[in-house]
Design a protein around this ligand. Sequence first.
Ligand code: 5AD
Ligand code: FES
Length: 365
Amino acid sequence: MTVMSLLAAGQFYRYNMTDLIEALHKNKDLPDAELKTIIENGECEQKLFETADSVRRSYYGTDVYIRGLIEFTNYCKNNCYYCGIRRDNQKVERYRLGKEEILSCCKQGYALGFRTFVLQGGEDAAFSDELICGIVSEIKKLYPECAVTLSLGEKSCGSYQSYFNAGANRYLLRHETANTEHYRALHPDSMSLESRKQCLWNLKKIGYEVGSGFMVGSPSQTTECLIEDLRFLQELQPDMIGIGPYIAHQNTPFRDQKNGDLHLCLRLIAILRLMFPDILLPATTALGTIDVQGRELGLTAGANVLMPNLSPVNVRKQYELYDNKICIYEGAAQCRSCLENKVEAMGYHIVTNIGNRKTKKIYVN
Ligand code: 5AD
Ligand code: FES
């Protein structure tokens, strides 16, 4: 069929990349077949990134938000095939930070301008709900204008509710992949996509601001899986979407699998910015690990958040989810100023003051 006859039949297919990018920009959506083309096609990347950057600028200007990550336990009851802190990795030295150590990370972070603390850990039963609630309420008491984000994996609805009641504002739980078979290929039978999704719905219902996301280039992922991820996110409508390349870890069953691709990851960041114009989109540590310039490139492709580490340097090496993770030896202050330089060099600015979100809700930073 010629283009003319397609047009006549009312089935004009946008075969030109520029048209596709413009259509995604305008409609914030595309049919699956067209999404597939944009995801797989590196040809017009620059145009894609520039369009995403223009959208990020129209919502956020040159603002970059920072969130201080505190990796407080690397004990985990789960055994995800890709993850360096999986239960069966006997080679990792396990650690837990005490309440006072966590509070001291917050204190240091606060002095450096952080106004969001992200408490992230493996699924560790030693941190009872009571303990978590005590830590959350203490942080909120000491820093009432700060947001507390939790990232502790799958918990019961009751547990999520108790953390929320204690003052937690946000929760990060990546869905990892929205395709059932792919989920099965990445996780042992004790885990399921269904319960993952249920947790996300529970978190939303309770009133958390929710972050989800997925790995790019994880073993057996196809473009169709990625499209399912995008469709699921359209349904979920989270506040943040965290994506980063899969990176092999030497002490996991996936040690020989190949790493995710930087450019595929950047294209997905840009696509997410066009589909979810006001979303919070971090340039992740994994992106900075796969390429020295990864996070900077992420910012220019539409990302607007950075989440540096506030954990004590002596435990950082032990929270290695993947090989060669960056910022293992740099302290909080060092990462903070390193990021300031990187962000400024790209023409963006880190913001630390309060109430400057330009979208539907007024957030603390
Ligand atoms: N490579 C990249 N990302 C990983 N994560 C866990 N293991 C890896 C890995 N090997 C991501 C998961 C998890 C987040 C905290 O880190 O998506 O949700
Ligand atoms: Fe940690 Fe650059 S962000 S050293």
